[in-house]
Design a protein around this ligand. Sequence first.
Ligand code: ZN
Length: 269
Amino acid sequence: MKKLIKNGICALGFSVFLAMTPITSQASGHGHGHGAAEAVKSLTPAETMKTIIEGNDKFKAEHDSHHFDSFQNGQTPNITFITCSDSRVHTHLFGMEPDNHEFVIRNVGNQIGNSEGSVDYGIHHLPTKVLVVLGHSSCGAIKAAMGDYSKETPGIKKELEPLKPVLAHDDGQGSFKERWAENVERNVDYQVNYSLKLYGDQVKSGDLAIVGAVYDFNNNYGKGRGTLVVTNVNGETDIEKIIDDPLFKDIPTGDVVNHVGSLAPAVNW
Ligand SMILES: [Zn+2]
């Protein structure tokens, strides 16, 4: 049962993913439309700069200088996130104040290998006790890697090539949308496995938990649009075992069930 629920927003392709012009729902950046996609407005470069400078002034006005006291000389984050550069994905979705709490690394397709030193820093030097590999619905990097990207720039090709082992497990069955969603999850699983090779000792000693998850704004998992769906914990992809993992002991079981899912068959990486 891997039918994807049809969604109302067109999936963004890699060409859009690469677009240089920022596109936002409104200049305020806080549009929360319902139903069909609302009209989007492209800001001019000057409007964009005005937005970020004024936004920073607003932030400063709302936070007195003591806001910076606890971290002015060093950071003490709780979590390392590696997620996609996609503009639809931001960690403020998950309830933790990002300032001094989240060490975030972003690249196309949330790939450990393309930012390995940064992830090493988060795990070895900060060190955070949780590493989350976060993929997302309709990831343009996964879509691009599923197609012909031979005419892309050397830089883009270099960052898509490492996804080949992921797509080698795509059997081509099902619709493109189904395969795309499965490959997003498959990539998360691959990245968790990659990170286990780097940080397996910390996991074994209980100093680190590695979590794979998909931010599902297309309801591919049937748990509602915008759900954080955990698909992998320390290499375990069996839903029942994930639900029973002590990592979730402080969360009511019903809530955990609503945040654990699987679309792609397990792979022995
Ligand atoms: Zn992406």
